[in-house]
Design a protein around this ligand. Structure first.
Ligand SMILES: C[S@@+](CC[C@H](N)C(=O)[O-])C[C@H]1O[C@@H](n2cnc3c(N)ncnc32)[C@H](O)[C@@H]1O
Length: 214
C-alpha cells in the first residue's frame, strides 16, 4: 500500500502516541533551537514536541499526510511547519537544527538514501546537535518473507513490483552507519505487537539510537 493510501485509510496509521525514543530522551533537547522531523508522516512526533514548546519543521512527501498536518496546524496553532517534499529535495541552512528525527524512515530508504540522509543530517545539525534514528534489524520477523519474495536492491534492501522499498540493518549496525557521532543511547529490542489500520498484527525488531554531532 502506498503511504498516501495508508494515511487516507487511518488518521493515525503509525499510532497516535509519539515514538518511545523521543519520550524517553526529550529532556536532552534544547528548546531554543528548531527541530527537524524527516518523514514526519501524520505528525505524531512533531505535534507532541510542539505541545511541549518546541518549534518543529517537518518534511513529508505524502500529500495526504501533508494536507492533514496543515489542517491540524491551523486548528491547534502549534509551531509545526510542514514541507511537502522528500529530504533529498529539502533545502535548509547549514547548522540550523538542534535535533533531527528520522523515526521509521530508514526502513523505506535505499542504502544509498540512508548514506545521503547521513550527510544531510550532518549539514543541518548544529555542533552538539542530536540525531534520533530508528531502523529494523534483520531479526525482524518480516525479513525472511520479504527477502524471499521481493527483488534484492542492495544489502538487506528489497523492492516489490510497485516500487515499495524495505531495508534492514544488521544487529549492532545502526550507530556505525553514521560515523563521527557520539553515541548517547543505543538499544535493540523486539517491539510490541501492533497493527496499522485494519492490517495484520505484527511486531518489529527495532534498533534505535540517539547520536550527538561532535
Ligand atoms: C514509516 S513512516 C514514519 C512516519 C513518522 N515518522 C512516524 O513515526 O509516524 C515513513 C515516512 O517517511 C516518508 N518518506 C519516505 N521517503 C521519504 C523521503 N525520501 N524523504 C522524506 N520522507 C520520506 C513516508 O512518506 C512516510 O510518511
Amino acid at each position: 500500500m502506498s503511504f498516501d493510501a495508508a494515511f487516507r485509510s487511518d488518521d493515525s496509521y503509525f499510532g497516535a502516541r509519539p515514538d518511545p525514543l523521543l519520550t524517553e530522551h526529550v529532556h536532552q533537547l534544547d528548546s531554543r533551537l528548531p527541530l527537524l522531523d524527516v518523514g514526519m508522516g501524520q505528525g505524531r512526533n512533531a505535534f507532541w514536541l510542539a505541545q511541549r514548546g518546541f518549534s518543529v519543521d517537518g518534511i513529508e512527501p505524502s500529500i495526504v499526510a501533508h494536507e492533514k498536518v496543515c489542517e491540524l496546524v491551523a486548528e491547534e496553532g502549534l509551531s509545526v511547519h510542514p514541507y511537502p517534499c522528500t529530504f533529498e529535495e529539502f533545502e535548509a541552512q547549514a547548522d540550523s537544527y538542534g535535533a533531527v528525527l528520522a523515526l521509521g524512515l530508514l526502513p523505506v530508504l535505499s542504502r544509498e538514501g540512508i548514506a545521503l540522509l547521513g550527510s544531510r543530517v550532518d549539514q543541518w545539525l548544529v555542533e552538539g546537535g542530536l540525531f534520533f534514528v530508528t531502523a529494523f534489524t534483520t531479526d525482524d520477523p518480516a525479513y525472511p518473507r520479504i527477502a524471499r519474495r521481493w527483488s534484492k536492491a542492495g544489502r538487506h534492501s528489497f523492492v516489490d513490483a510497485q516500487g515499495n522499498r524495505r531495508s534492514w540493518v544488521e544487529p549492532g549496525e545502526l550507530p556505525r552507519l553514521f560515523e563521527g557521532y557520539e553515541v548517547i543511547h543505543e538499544r535493540e529490542y523486539m517491539g510490541p505487537m501492533h497493527r496499522h489500520g485494519d492490517g495484520p498484527l505484527h511486531q518489529h525488531a527495532i534498533a534505535e539510537a540517539v547520536l550527538r554531532k561532535s
